[in-house]
Design a protein around this ligand. Structure first.
Ligand code: GAL
Length: 367
């Protein structure tokens, strides 16, 4: 009897070891439990009830895959390596009149759990057939983490609200005129927040960040991608609270992702070159409201598959930062394949945080 029980115990142990999650090849194919490459690009993770959930853009094959024909995918995992497809968390609409009509642009979805217990998704939305001019924010809500998420709002936010650094006495038309436009490095002009004061601020590449005091922030490329904005959300997370600030003015930073460690905030981002990779940069601050200090490129090492190093962030672009229970922070990146969007790849690397409050991220072949 005893022996049989012991043998059973060994067998259980042995099969557990045999089932240790397989590491995922950075830049390679990441199969889900059905053997299909994970389809959750520009994504973000949320831990809920002890399980990880990964939300991202569901892409289709070819160049058409850069538009949204399906919606936002959701996957779940216990170990961050074995991912089960949970289906479409937010679906685009067959109704051509919908702001989220099939063929719209729906990018970089992120989900948080609000104080209400509901799950709230933010994403970058561009209306079908209208290029990237709308720079709208999509907000969707669901009772269950995996969805279905239903549309709460689609449009600009922060209309007729002032960045917190503009003192009450300076909230005048003259100040708005000071923030009209700046030259773009590639010619022409970018419109600054003063130009969008009435209609609300632009929002393209974006993320959500939950602070340890429970406050949630929407961080996004605004002002024609020239400047990032940070906006505090309402407690139900369904809207901006009206308190917001600008950072990295004129730095053309996209793909924001945020980490907080020992009272310091770190914001990683990319340059602004569309689907083509460029050099990463990061900022740090003691308060979410700044001042944010530009710190340089955290990337180290070379991706042997494409020979690209920090100057092109290994061919990747940041999308999200998450922390595991052992205190390790990981940065998730996309390697975009704009000519066959569904083939976009993922890179996930630990972030090294030094005692002097600097960070670095070194290439590894596997996650
Ligand atoms: C990138 C951005 C992507 C997508 C793309 C479109 O810079 O990070 O999310 O918007 O441009 O060209």
């Amino acid at each position: 009897m005893m022996l049989a029980a012991l043998a059973g115990c060994f067998a259980a142990h042995f099969s557990e070891a045999a089932q240790a999650p397989k590491r995922l090849p950075n830049g390679g194919i990441w199969p889900d439990v059905d053997g299909v490459h994970i389809n959750a690009h520009g994504g973000g993770l949320l831990k809920e009830g002890g399980r990880w959930y990964w939300f991202g853009e569901h892409k289709i094959a070819g160049g058409a895959g850069n538009k949204a024909w399906v919606g936002v995918s959701c996957y779940s995992s216990d170990d961050l390596r074995t991912w089960k497809r949970e289906g479409v968390a937010f679906a685009v609409s067959k109704d051509e009149a919908s702001p989220v009509a099939e063929g719209c642009v729906l990018e970089r979805p992120k989900v948080v759990k609000a104080a209400t217990g509901k799950f709230v998704m933010y994403a970058h939305l561009e209306y079908k057939g209208r290029g990237y001019g709308a720079a709208a924010t999509l907000v969707a809500v669901s009772d269950a983490v995996t969805g279905p998420y239903s549309l709460v709002s689609a449009g600009r936010m922060d209309a007729a609200t002032w960045p917190r650094e503009i003192a009450a006495g300076d909230r005048t038309d003259a100040t708005l005129r000071d923030y009209t436009r700046i030259p773009q490095p590639w010619g022409g002009f970018a419109k600054l927040w003063g130009s969008h004061f009435g209609e609300g601020q632009m929002s393209r590449d974006q993320t959500l960040f939950r602070d340890d005091d429970g406050a949630t922030y929407h961080i996004f490329a605004s002002e024609d991608n020239s400047t990032l904005h940070i906006a505090k959300l309402t407690d139900d997370c369904l809207a901006h609270s009206g308190e917001w600030t600008r950072l990295a003015h004129g730095d053309w930073t996209e793909a924001p992702a945020v980490l907080k460690r020992d009272g310091w905030y770190y914001l990683i981002g990319s340059g602004c070159t569309g689907w083509r990779p460029n050099d990463a940069r990061y900022y740090r601050a003691r308060s979410i409201w700044g001042p944010w200090e530009r710190m340089g490129n955290p990337a180290r090492g070379v991706n042997p598959a494409n020979g690209l190093g920090p100057e092109k962030t290994w061919g990747a672009q940041s999308t999200f930062i998450f922390e595991t229970d052992d205190g390790t922070a990981y940065a998730l990146f996309d390697i975009w394949k704009p000519s066959n969007a569904i083939d976009g790849r993922y890179v996930c690397l630990p972030i090294d945080v030094s005692d002097d409050h600097t960070i670095s991220i070194t290439w590894r072949d596997e996650f």
